[in-house]
Design a binder for this molecule. Structure first.
Ligand SMILES: [Zn+2]
Length: 81
């Protein structure tokens, strides 16, 4: 896993500032609008919104195979804290 630096943005849940992103698998890439992420501090599932500003994930956005991947990421972040 390789991290990239992104513009500083406040987590909408715990309000701590995040400025990096790490892709769970694959090569190093900048996140895009609509990509899912997990806050490193509070393990909340989030979405990169317009301008890569983080926002809470809406329940209706949780569907399909991505749910299992996201739940694994949340569990990993919780274990790492
Ligand atoms: Zn947070």
């Amino acid at each position: 896993m390789q991290s990239v630096t992104v513009s500083s943005c406040e987590c909408p849940v715990c309000h701590l500032v995040l400025n990096g992103a790490t892709r769970a698998k694959g090569k190093k890439v900048m996140p895009q609008e609509g990509d899912l992420t997990v806050c490193l501090y509070c393990a909340s599932p989030l979405v990169f919104g317009t301008g890569l500003v983080l926002r809470r994930l809406r329940k209706q956005e949780l569907s399909g195979p991505i749910v299992d991947d996201l739940e694994r990421c949340v569990a990993l972040v919780k274990m790492a804290r």
